[in-house]
Design a protein around this ligand. Structure first.
Ligand SMILES: C[S@@+](CC[C@H](N)C(=O)[O-])C[C@H]1O[C@@H](n2cnc3c(N)ncnc32)[C@H](O)[C@@H]1O
Length: 362
């Protein structure tokens, strides 16, 4: 910054007697504050607009509707939120791999703008679809969402969730959640009906790589037997076993995906996912993003770095570049002692959220 710039910056600070930023005085003077600095709205550039209580919005923002201050917060690489069970959780938990709709709404808010189109090719019971609808009331505006799901039951659960949730919202005097477009079938086929460059955000939670069913049953039994309790003094008192995060322990398999035997090896699963994302990317707008939930696994005494494997597989096949690996960490999740006292086994209290965008044209 130049000397002039420094002087200009100093002149806009509201400080107390010790030279520290004085937030109370700034508020008294009713001046907008961005990151501890009082903003003189007369001095905003033409492309900047002050949004009451939120900070400065830059009209050139092509990624989202966040102000500078909100954008900065949204770039945090760890999302440390528990998202307690809500939105007809009892109904949705029949799936077993469902994601919290409000976590999806937060991600949609980071990677899209009001009116954008969001696609979830593995929609399950509709975490992304519900999240897109929440954006109308809790973020900058509605996103149109399209979901593909090959298991009819999960579509029924989504529809029932929306119906019940809207009955309750109306009874509380709140506006209903918009119904999104959910299509039944195989995403590899349904993607052909989505026009090129029409999707601004692809947000999804991939069907997991599965062990074969025999091994799965054995591991689930071993897992149950090894749940010796928590090291945490709060053992038994937290609500996470019932939360969306708790329902998808990364050491276990995705109960929501009926097609357990279809992807027998990890290499096949990775190749299948990479090929599908290559197809999906044709529908992605040039400024769009692809955001993928994927939990790592601990299996047969070794850590399966599925997030890294999936990121590399997608990057090497689809014209997408990995730009971030966000960690969704649920601080309220219970800890289980799998290997104690003989071997270290991680308690998986996080999931990875891979963020890609289209490769820069050569
Ligand atoms: C991890 S779950 C998604 C859960 C979702 N995020 C939610 O909140 O409910 C993956 C879903 O993809 C579906 N699925 C797997 N392969 C598919 C395919 N080829 N086409 C469409 N859906 C598929 C499974 O039935 C499963 O419901």
């Amino acid at each position: 910054m130049t000397d002039d710039g420094d002087r200009h910056r100093q002149s806009r600070l509201v400080t107390d007697d010790d030279g520290e930023f004085d937030a109370d005085r700034a508020r008294d003077e009713s001046l907008p504050v961005e990151d501890g600095e009082v903003i003189d709205t007369d001095e905003l550039a033409d492309h900047q607009r002050y949004v009451e209580g939120r900070g400065i919005y830059d009209e050139r923002n092509r990624v989202n509707d966040l102000t500078g201050k909100e954008w900065k917060f949204a770039t945090k690489s760890v999302i440390a939120e528990s998202y307690p069970p809500d939105v007809q959780h009892d109904l949705r938990s029949e799936h077993g791999g469902q994601k919290p709709p409000r976590l999806c709404a937060d991600l949609i808010g980071r990677f899209s703008k009001a009116g954008d189109t969001v696609l979830d090719p593995f929609a399950g019971v509709g975490g992304t679809l519900l999240g897109a609808s929440f954006c109308e009331h809790e973020h900058s505006g509605l996103r149109e969402a399209i979901g593909f799901e090959r298991t009819e039951r999960w579509i029924e659960v989504y529809e029932e969730t929306l119906e019940r949730e809207n009955e309750e919202r109306l009874a509380r005097g709140e506006p209903p959640l918009a119904e999104q477009d959910v299509r039944h079938g195989d995403c590899a086929e349904l993607i052909a009906d989505v026009p090129a460059d029409s999707v601004d955000l692809l947000l999804t939670d991939v069907p997991y790589w599965h062990m074969d069913e025999l091994e799965q049953t054995r591991n689930e039994r071993a897992t149950r037997e090894s749940k010796l309790g928590s090291f945490d003094a709060n053992d038994g008192s937290d609500g996470t076993a019932d939360s969306d995060a708790g329902s998808e322990a990364a050491t276990e398999t995705d109960a929501g995906d009926a097609d357990v035997a279809a992807t027998p090896s990890k290499a096949d699963w990775l190749a299948d996912m990479a090929e599908k994302f290559d197809r999906f990317s044709e529908a992605l707008a040039p400024d769009g993003h692809v955001v993928v939930f994927i939990g790592d696994m601990y299996r047969e005494r070794s850590y399966e770095f599925l997030s890294a494997d999936l990121a590399r597989a997608i990057e090497s096949t689809a014209p997408l570049s990995l730009v971030a690996n966000l960690i969704w960490y649920d601080p309220t999740k219970d800890l289980h002692v799998y290997g104690y006292p003989f071997s270290f086994v991680p308690s998986m209290v996080h999931q990875n959220v891979l963020v890609f965008r289209p490769e820069d044209p050569a």
